[in-house]
Design a protein around this ligand. Structure first.
Ligand SMILES: [Zn+2]
Length: 519
C-alpha cells in the first residue's frame, strides 16, 4: 500500500461543513457511477462532456487521493511558502470564476487546494476534485512568480475542463477506485519510480500508465484556457513562455527524471509556438522579454531550495554561497543568497551563523518591496523562535497578526513562554483562526498544545481530533474523540465541550462509514 504523509495544511476553500455533508451520489466500488448525478453546467469545454463522473464522485475520489498525500513524508505545510503560493492561487481562481471557467457547483464542492511536496523535481500535478500537488523544485527552479502562476493556471484548467473526469470515462473497465490508485501512482512515480510502480501494481499495471497522460488535445486546451486565466489574473503572459523554455532547456541538459513535469506534459515545439503566438505582438516576435528581477520570488525560491535540500552538504553549499557573495551583486541576488544562507544555517543548527547572515539581510534596503520585507521579518521571527527568544518572535509576528504565517508564529512564540496565561492567549488566537479556517490542521495541532498547557485535556483532545479530520484521517480522529468521551464520562465541568465532542463523534462516525463503504 501507499505510504504517504505531507504533515501540515493549507487552510482555505475546504470548509468542514463541506467535508461533513452527506454525499448525494455514491461511488460504486466497481464500475463507474452513471450520469445523472451532479452534472456540471455551463462554461464547458470543446472536448465533450465528462459524462460518467459526477462532480460529487470526483470530489470523493480526490479526497481518497489527498488522504494519502497528507500522509506522505514529503508533504509539507510551510506557513511562509504556503502563503506565498496562496497569493498566486487566489487571483487565478478568481479569474477562472470571472471567465466562467469555474461553474458554481464545481467551485463549491471541489477542494481547490495546493499541497506542497518537499521534492526537488520540477513538478506539479492536478488530482481529481480540485487538489493540486506542487513540488518545491518547481518553485526553486523559477525566477518569477509569473512562471509558477503559469503552471498553476495550466493545472487549474485541467481540473475545470474536467480532463480527469474525461480521462476516467474513456475506459469504462476501470473503476474509479483503481483509477484513483493509478493517478496517485503516476503522481508519486514522478518522484520515485519504484514507488509509483508498486502503487499501480496488482494486475492493471504498466499498460494503463500511458492512459494517465492527458491527451494532446487536452494539453492544448489547458494551455489555451490557462493562458486566459493567467493574463486575466494580472500575471505577465511572458511567464508561460519563459517557463516552457526553461523546461525544454532543462530537459535537454538533464534526462535523469528530475524534470518529471515533462513526462506528464510533453512539450512540443508546436505548444511553445502556440504560446508565443498568444503573446502581444512586441513580445511574441522578440521572444519572451527578459524576466524582470523578482525580489520576492527570489526569496521564496531560496526558501524552497533550503526546505528541499537533500542533506547537510547541500545546506552547507547554500551557506557558503551567502558568505562568498560579492558586495556589488544586484539586490535581488544578495537578498536571495542571504535569505537562503540564513535559513540553511538554521537547519544546520548554527544559530550564530544564521544570525550573522540574517543581520546582513536585514540591512538591505527592501523598503520598495513590502512583501519581500515581510519575508525577511518572518525569517527573523523564525530565527528568534528557534533561539528561544519568544519576545523577538512575537515582535516579528506583529501586534495583531491576521495572516497565517504571523498567526502561527505568534501562537508558537506564546506557547514557548510556558505560562498558563500565554497559553490562554495562544488558544484564543488559534480558536478564532480555526473558526474561519477549520481545515487548518497545523493550527488545530497548535491549539491542542495550547489547551494541554492550560490544563484543559478535553479541549486538547478535541483539537487533536479536528487536526486529524482536516487531513481526512477519520480513524485517528475517531480515536481522539473516543478518548475525549471516556475522559468526560469520568466527570467534567466543561459540559459545552463535552456536547460538542458527542456531536462531532457522530459526524466523524458517518464519515468513517462512508469511507468504509467505498472500499
Ligand atoms: Zn497539462
Amino acid at each position: 500500500m501507499i505510504r504517504a504523509a505531507f504533515a501540515r495544511l493549507r487552510p482555505l476553500a475546504f470548509p468542514l461543513a463541506l467535508a461533513l455533508a452527506a454525499s448525494p451520489v455514491g461511488v460504486p466500488a466497481q464500475g463507474l457511477p452513471r450520469a445523472g448525478g451532479a452534472a456540471v453546467s455551463g462554461g464547458l469545454p470543446t472536448l465533450g462532456d465528462a459524462e460518467g463522473l459526477s462532480v460529487g464522485a470526483e470530489r470523493r475520489l480526490g479526497e481518497r487521493i489527498a488522504r494519502e498525500l497528507f500522509r506522505d513524508p514529503d508533504y509539507l505545510d510551510d506557513a511562509v511558502l504556503s502563503d506565498y503560493v496562496q497569493q498566486l492561487w487566489v487571483p487565478l481562481l478568481a479569474a477562472a470564476r470571472q471567465r466562467g471557467e469555474l461553474p458554481p457547483d464545481m467551485d463549491e464542492r471541489f477542494a481547490w487546494r495546493i499541497l506542497l511536496g518537499r521534492d526537488r523535481s520540477i513538478n506539479a500535478f492536478a488530482l481529481p476534485g480540485g487538489w493540486l500537488g506542487l513540488h518545491l523544485g518547481l518553485i526553486s527552479a523559477t525566477t518569477t512568480r509569473d512562471e509558477v502562476a503559469a503552471v498553476l493556471a495550466h493545472e487549474l484548467s485541467h481540473v475545470t475542463q474536467r480532463h480527469i473526469a474525461r480521462m476516467m470515462t474513456q475506459d469504462s473497465r476501470v473503476s474509479p477506485l483503481v483509477m484513483g490508485a493509478m493517478i496517485l501512482g503516476a503522481a508519486m512515480a514522478t518522484r520515485n519510480p519504484a514507488m509509483g510502480q508498486a502503487v499501480v501494481a496488482g494486475g492493471q499495471t504498466v499498460a494503463m500508465r500511458s492512459q494517465l497522460n492527458f491527451s494532446r488535445d487536452m494539453e492544448r486546451e489547458a494551455d489555451r484556457v490557462g493562458f486566459g486565466v493567467l493574463t486575466q489574473a494580472g500575471f505577465e503572459p511572458a511567464g508561460v513562455v519563459a517557463m516552457f523554455e526553461k523546461l525544454q532547456q532543462a530537459s535537454r541538459l538533464n534526462d535523469d527524471g528530475s524534470f518529471a513535469y515533462l513526462r506528464t506534459h510533453p512539450l512540443t515545439t508546436e505548444r511553445i509556438s502556440d504560446m508565443r503566438a498568444r503573446l502581444p505582438m512586441d513580445m511574441g516576435s522578440a521572444g519572451p522579454k527578459a524576466s524582470r528581477p523578482d525580489l520576492l520570488h527570489g526569496l521564496a525560491a531560496a526558501r524552497a531550495r533550503v526546505l528541499s535540500a537533500p542533506g547537510v552538504d547541500a545546506l552547507r553549499v547554500l551557506v557558503r554561497e551567502a558568505q562568498a557573495l560579492p558586495a556589488d551583486a544586484p539586490l535581488p541576488r544578495q537578498a536571495a543568497a542571504l535569505y537562503g544562507g540564513a535559513l540553511a544555517s538554521l537547519k544546520l543548527r548554527d544559530a550564530a551563523q544564521a544570525a550573522r547572515l540574517q543581520a546582513r539581510l536585514a540591512r538591505l534596503d527592501l523598503a520598495g518591496d513590502p512583501a519581500a520585507a515581510r519575508f525577511v521579518r518572518l525569517l527573523g521571527g523564525e530565527l528568534a523562535w528557534a533561539a528561544g527568544d519568544s519576545a523577538g518572535a512575537l515582535a516579528a509576528a506583529g501586534m495583531r497578526p491576521v495572516e497565517r504565517p504571523e498567526v502561527l508564529l505568534a501562537a508558537m512564540a506564546q506557547l514557548q513562554i510556558t505560562q498558563v496565561e500565554a497559553a490562554a492567549q495562544a488558544a484564543d488566537r488559534l480558536q478564532s483562526w480555526v473558526l474561519d479556517h477549520p481545515s487548518d490542521a497545523t493550527a488545530w495541532q497548535l491549539l491542542a498544545q495550547a489547551q494541554g498547557a492550560r490544563g484543559l485535556p478535553l479541549r486538547a483532545l478535541r483539537a487533536e481530533a479536528e487536526a486529524r479530520v482536516a487531513v481526512l484521517d477519520y480513524p485517528a480522529a475517531m480515536d481522539r474523540l473516543r478518548a475525549a468521551q471516556n475522559l468526560a464520562r469520568r466527570g467534567t465541568t466543561d459540559h459545552v465541550e463535552a456536547s460538542i465532542i458527542d456531536a462531532r463523534s457522530r459526524q466523524v462516525e458517518l464519515l468513517l462509514r462512508e469511507q468504509a463503504a467505498e472500499r
